[in-house]
Design a protein around this ligand. Structure first.
Ligand code: BES
Ligand code: ZN
Ligand code: ZN
Length: 470
């Protein structure tokens, strides 16, 4: 564990002192650490020099990456105590607390590891004293700690395998967490969902020994703003996606425990909102199901009646995300009056082809909302790219025996078609955005401040957006 504390005075007994500096071109010691995150240790002075790279290129993201490199170095070298002169960070030339906050994010996110199932004990604990005379740093540290704990919570839960986390055990976990965090939690089981008419989310989960659950979390907000309409967040949580009878390939199926990341992000945002005591009310809806094969599983050509009343013919049982989401989106609009409706989903392999793991797909029926989310993604370096949502694409999935089909059956414009499917379930007057995080929710390699696996992509972005609302 890495524990941070802000103090005006450097503690006596520290084993090392971290120093963050831009790289110098030539000459002295600092020139040795050139690339961002290069770490050089000077044992005689007990100095650890962490490079911020070229001084004219320093941004918050660079500081975040350097912070993560420092956290990894402390961990690797089993350092129990360290100090860091925060005021020296002003060399980064960033305004206000920007560098401080990015540094703390880098440290806390970069320190993350998922070691729950490892027999060897995790690395030793490190206490890091952030030495600063700025009284605002303490408050700021608290805020970033809450944010990063939320990201790391989502990473932890996303990493859980499907033999541990299924729609049932997830619902139980969320219920406990909600009680501890002061969130309202309502869970609809498959019987209740069937009785309501939510045939799509039920169908996706009907082949599993642990049927579907719709989990509804509510944060009430504070003060006057608490009476405003809520922002409603919807997350896809397929605890495992085999593809169903449209079964995935041997390679394609591995990693499909991460098909629940959208919902994990939503849970994390609600927890952080409560801890940060945000003013505005927020609702989180997690559509949980396991997409399995069995005698009870749904099949291609099944016709499903969704909660909206619209019918869908199943073409691919692997296009299950849009099915659980369409009922969750309808539920959101039937039970709340969203001022904005935002869903997060590892929805399509097509978005990975289009944008890779650098940016997530952004689709929206509302330009101001799309622009706000795009900007928040730039702020937190969880970057988005907007793709079209024209109604013409609906032709590809228009119904033959039902109102629509859940897949075009061809790979053309894949992520767009999925979004246009979702659009059929959102009333045009509600500002709605869909984030397709299939390429960014998990990574098959170590990232600058995220190890292999779940990244928690979108949580800082959404908190940045929510903190900006009145
Ligand atoms: N969970 C997958 C999408 C996915 C693919 C996420 C790769 C992460 C990495 C989704 O349910 C899916 O299988 N989508 C299909 C849809 C198709 C059958 C219309 C896809 O994208 O291939
Ligand atoms: Zn699928
Ligand atoms: Zn899926």
């Amino acid at each position: 564990m890495l524990t941070l504390k802000v103090s005006a005075a450097a503690p006596q007994k520290q084993s090392v002192q971290l120093i963050f500096r831009p790289a110098l071109e030539t000459g002295n010691l600092e020139g040795a650490a050139k690339e961002v995150g290069d770490v050089r240790f000077f044992p005689s002075e007990q100095f650890v020099l962490v490079s911020l790279g070229a001084s004219e290129k320093i941004t918050a993201e660079i500081v975040r990456r350097a912070g993560a490199a420092a956290a990894r170095w402390l961990k690797k070298n089993n350092i129990p105590d360290a100090g860091l002169d925060v005021d020296g960070l002003s060399a980064a030339g960033l305004p206000g607390l920007v560098a401080f906050e990015a540094l703390v994010e880098g440290l806390l996110l970069g320190n993350y590891e998922f070691s729950q199932y490892k027999s060897q004990p995790a690395s030793t604990d490190t206490r890091l004293t952030l030495v600063s005379n700025n009284p605002a740093c303490k408050e700021s540290l608290k805020k970033i700690e809450i944010t990063c704990e939320a990201v790391n919570l989502a990473r932890d839960w996303s990493h859980e395998p499907a033999n541990v986390l299924n729609p049932l055990s997830l619902a139980e976990r969320v219920k406990k967490l909600a009680a501890a965090e002061g969130l309202t939690c309502k869970i609809l089981d498959d019987h209740e969902l069937k009785a309501l008419g939510a045939g799509a989310i039920v169908a996706v989960g009907q082949g599993s020994a642990t049927p579907s659950r719709l989990i509804v979390l509510e944060y009430s907000g504070r003060g006057k703003a608490a009476h405003e309409k809520p922002v409603v967040l919807v997350g896809k949580s397929i605890t495992f996606d085999t593809g169903g009878y449209s079964i995935k390939s041997v390679d394609g199926i591995v990693g499909m425990k991460y098909d629940k990341c959208g919902g994990m992000d939503v849970i994390a945002v609600l927890v952080a909102a409560a801890r940060l005591k945000l003013d505005i009310p927020i609702v989180g809806i997690i559509a949980a199901a396991e997409n399995m094969i069995s005698a009870l599983a749904y099949r291609p050509n099944d016709i499903i009646r969704t909660l909206s009343g619209k019918t869908v013919e199943v073409i691919s049982t692997d296009a299950e995300g849009r099915l659980v989401l369409c009922d969750a989106l309808t539920y959101a609009q039937q039970n709340f009056q969203p001022r904005a409706l935002i869903d997060l989903a590892t929805l399509t392999g097509g978005v990975v082809v289009a944008l890779g793991s650098e940016r997530a797909g952004l689709f929206s029926n509302n330009d101001p909302l799309a622009n706000d989310l795009f900007q928040c993604g730039e702020n937190t370096f969880e970057r988005l790219w907007r793709l079209p949502l024209d109604d013409d694409y609906f032709d590809l999935i228009k119904g033959v025996d039902a109102d629509m089909r859940n897949s075009a059956g061809v790979r053309k414009a894949h992520p767009i078609v999925a979004s246009v499917f979702l659009k059929q379930f959102v009333s045009p007057e509600i500002p709605w955005a869909h984030l397709d995080i299939a390429g960014t929710a998990d990574s098959d390699k170590e990232e600058p401040y995220s190890p292999k696996g779940a990244t928690g992509f979108g949580i800082r972005l959404l908190l940045n957006y929510l903190c900006g609302l009145k």
